[in-house]
Design a protein around this ligand. Structure first.
Ligand SMILES: [Zn+2]
Length: 145
């Protein structure tokens, strides 16, 4: 559920960005917040559609890109997987299972300020940095046995 403070935060982000907080964008954000884990655009679409039948897939893609741009969600890109979306915009790392496509947060791993570390080692003007972490989850490891 989205609390009152969070609603104000969402409104404020939209106000500052110049984008309009439409009912469809709100439906997409709420669908994401209520979903387990790290859904793909298709999964967000199905969840948003159940709240607001007028939501179209193209609208969901567009809403996701606006929400990402104004910093309310993060897009995660792994190999061989559609882009997944995360409402946790605090610094953290996620791992994806290469067999079943499950995605989980990795607790307790602090790589420090990764972007700052990269900046120290390149003359580039670094605007973003991300890590792709993949492996085989415990359930899939069990199936190997
Ligand atoms: Zn797995």
């Amino acid at each position: 559920m989205v609390g009152a403070v969070e609603r104000d935060e969402v409104r404020e982000r939209f106000r500052r960005s110049g984008y309009t907080l439409t009912s469809q964008r709100r439906a997409v954000l709420e669908a994401l917040r209520d979903s387990e884990g790290h859904p793909s655009a298709e999964e967000v679409y199905l969840a948003a559609k159940s709240r607001n039948p007028k939501v179209a897939l193209g609208t969901v893609y567009q809403a996701l890109s606006v929400l990402e741009e104004i910093g309310l969600i993060e897009a995660k890109r792994w190999s061989e997987s559609p882009v997944r979306y995360d409402v946790n915009t605090e610094p953290h790392h996620d791992i994806r299972c290469t067999r079943c496509d499950a995605v989980e947060e990795i607790p307790g791993v602090d790589l420090g300020d990764f972007a700052a570390h990269i900046r120290e080692n390149t003359p580039y003007d670094v605007t973003s940095a991300s890590l792709v972490i993949e492996g085989v989850c415990p359930a899939c490891q069990t199936q190997d046995g």
